[in-house]
Design a protein around this ligand. Structure first.
Ligand code: PHE
Length: 396
């Protein structure tokens, strides 16, 4: 477990902000004095714990999501905080590893006395932490875990993104209607709850709609060589290949498929989302590939564009991807709920998060339903000339 501690930007200190952006030095702690935080406290800073994969195989997820979360809390703190208090944003690195999220959530709850947890991106890691949050009655909001089981862990567990039954259905429809593919092969990751789930949520509606899954192949976690599975897939002669996994492996799969002379479209879900996808696979191999995700930075909506501008200004011109947008949204939904709850006590905060209605997120207006999920549009992206390109929007 690696620990990061981010002091909130002192809102009155322009000098410190300038120093931070140009030299990377840390601003002095703006609070001072003993901490009176924790769910029961009503003075001092409000402590929130974020857990994310800052290093390891899925580092792009955590780093990106964290930047969004950090930007949101900085904005909240600059505008005076919530309930007249500043947010103290703690970050722990899950290292993209199994087991870490459970340890981190226990520590956040018992030692740091956080009022809520934000995380994880990957469903498998959210599933590890959720039982501890539920038991302690400390709300957890996952920015971007799409597997349905995550919020089924209990009534303190929320997400601000759509779920995989929706994502699987839209991919099935996309394969049938846009790609005109009737014969599809699936290559999924047995080590990821997300991938196992999305493979099924794609397959069921695809077959129900008259499609045929000609072959299903599997890999596990950090595999690097997919030639055996791809050779079998090539022999089955599909019209498209569904790869419901994470970018690290999806990138290698796309590259190796093209090397084997497989030219049919490959497609996947939000797990493909990372600038590293293009680095791993190469822009050429990614032509004629597609993935569904939560947002496009090309959306001309003024709220999206002002988020993109603020993010670029804060992070050296970097364009925010879907995880960054959802990280930002998760933090803002939490801050809004703390305000409405008028309290940081677990049960009150839980009720306020559950009552989130029509909240203006950059990934779309967000209402949490009775199952603590958000129903939102998805976008399909492709890669053209080494860049992600918007294809279409699909509404729930
Ligand atoms: N939805 C993925 C999961 O549940 C994580 C993810 C979200 C990846 C958003 C990329 C973008 O594991």
């Amino acid at each position: 477990m690696k620990r990061f501690l981010f002091n909130p930007l002192p809102f009155s200190s322009l000098l410190a902000a300038v120093c931070l952006s140009f030299t990377g030095c840390k601003p002095a702690d703006s609070g001072g004095g003993p901490q009176d935080t924790g769910p029961g406290a009503n003075t001092g800073k409000i402590r929130v714990g974020e857990y994310a994969s800052m290093t390891g195989g899925e580092a792009a997820f955590g780093q990106s999501s964290h930047k969004g979360t950090q930007l949101a809390f900085e904005e909240v703190n600059k505008s005076g905080g919530v309930l007249g208090r500043q947010i103290e944003h703690l970050l722990e690195d899950t290292q993209s590893k199994q087991g870490e999220s459970a340890t981190i959530s226990k520590k956040f709850i018992s030692r740091d006395k956080v009022v809520a947890l934000l995380g994880e991106v990957a469903s498998g890691r959210s599933l590890e932490a959720a039982p501890f949050c539920q038991e302690a009655r400390i709300p957890m909001i996952s920015p971007s875990s799409t597997n349905p089981k995550v919020t089924e862990m209990g009534d303190y567990i929320f997400r601000v993104c759509f779920t995989d039954p929706f994502q699987g259905r839209l991919l099935a429809e996309f394969a049938q209607k846009t790609l005109k593919a009737r014969r599809v092969a699936i290559l999924s990751d047995t080590a990821s709850a997300y991938s196992v789930g999305l493979a099924k949520y794609f397959k069921d509606p695809f077959v129900a709609g008259g499609g045929q899954v000609v072959l299903e192949q599997k890999y596990s976690g950090k595999d690097k060589d997919f030639k055996a599975q791809l050779t079998a897939i090539k022999a089955a002669n599909p019209e498209a290949i569904c790869v419901p996994g994470y970018y690290t492996e999806a990138g290698l799969i796309v590259a190796q498929a093209r090397q084997l002379g497989i030219n049919v479209p490959l497609f996947g879900g939000d797990g493909w989302e990372a600038p590293q996808l293009i680095e791993i696979a190469g822009g050429k191999a990614l032509e004629n590939t597609y993935y569904s995700t939560h947002y496009s930075s090309e959306n001309t909506d003024p709220q999206v564009q002002s988020f993109v501008a603020a993010f670029k200004a804060r992070y050296n011109g970097e364009t925010p991807d879907a995880m960054a947008a959802l990280g930002y949204d998760s933090a803002r939904v939490l801050a809004d709920a703390i305000k409405r709850a008028g309290s940081t006590e677990g049960p009150k905060l839980r009720d306020a998060i559950a009552a989130t209605k029509d909240f203006p997120c950059v990934t779309g207006r967000t209402t949490l339903d009775a199952s603590r999920n958000a129903s939102k549009s998805a976008v399909i992206l492709t890669v053209k000339d080494n860049r992600f390109k918007y294809v279409e929007t699909i509404s729930p």
